[in-house]
Design a protein around this ligand. Structure first.
Ligand code: GSH
Length: 202
């Protein structure tokens, strides 16, 4: 199995953490959508990472679809997204917020990185960053500092997506998460010490 993408991408890291959490052996090809467009398009016509090339050659694209497959294949009774019911809806709600937060954060970063200085529109960057910050604050409010994980007392995609979104906000957009979302910041630091998170550090 080969993971296509660099772990500084929150979506790729999400998949890498999920693979590591399940103890699945995989190789990784560290390419980025912008830096290695042609190679990435060979796996995903959209030119985006991550992609996951399975052992039989089938290629999966988009972190959500990849995680869905990993849960089906390796999740057993404890998939990272529960299979049905209220628990599934709760995890999907957090994951949707956190992946959406990453989308907004990257829109701001792409604008900053790909727009000539005289064409930059700071209100747009500020609006994207505010959307990301509001979503992170909503998840911060859900954190119980006494609990090891956000939901269900075990690692789910709620934690994994919150972790990657917090990191993108902190390191990619200079959001002071320690001050603005202190419980989420503390949870992310705690998760960062777990093997699946540590071993996928970019
Ligand atoms: N919804 C996708 C988003 C993937 C995505 O936006 N990846 C970024 C890297 S962080 C990318 O490849 N961007 C290049 C581009 O959009 O051209 C997922 O969850 O996998």
């Amino acid at each position: 199995m080969r993971l296509i993408g660099v772990n500084r991408s929150p979506y790729t890291r999400r998949v890498a953490i999920t693979l590591a959490g399940y103890g699945v052996a995989y190789e990784q090809r560290c390419v980025s959508g912008f830096g290695n467009r042609d190679e990435v398009r060979g796996h995903n016509p959209l030119g985006r990472i991550p992609a996951l090339v399975l052992d039989d050659g089938e290629t999966l694209i988009d972190s959500g679809a990849i995680v869905d497959h990993l849960d089906e294949r390796y999740g057993g009774e404890r998939p990272t997204i529960p299979r049905a019911g209220a628990e599934r809806r709760a995890v999907l709600r957090v994951a949707a917020m956190m992946m959406g937060a990453c989308d907004k954060g990257l829109q701001a970063a792409y604008h900053r990185n790909h727009t000539p200085v005289d064409k930059r529109h700071q209100p747009w960057v500020d609006d994207c960053t505010a959307q990301m910050a509001h979503a992170l604050a909503a998840v911060d409010a859900m954190v119980d500092p006494a609990a090891p994980y956000l939901l269900l007392g075990r690692l789910t995609q709620a934690d994994i997506t919150a972790f990657v979104a917090e990191r993108l906000a902190r390191f990619g957009l200079n959001v002071d998460t320690a001050a603005q979302m202190p419980k989420l910041y503390a949870l992310a630091r705690k998760l960062g010490e777990e093997a699946a998170f540590r071993s996928t550090e970019p």
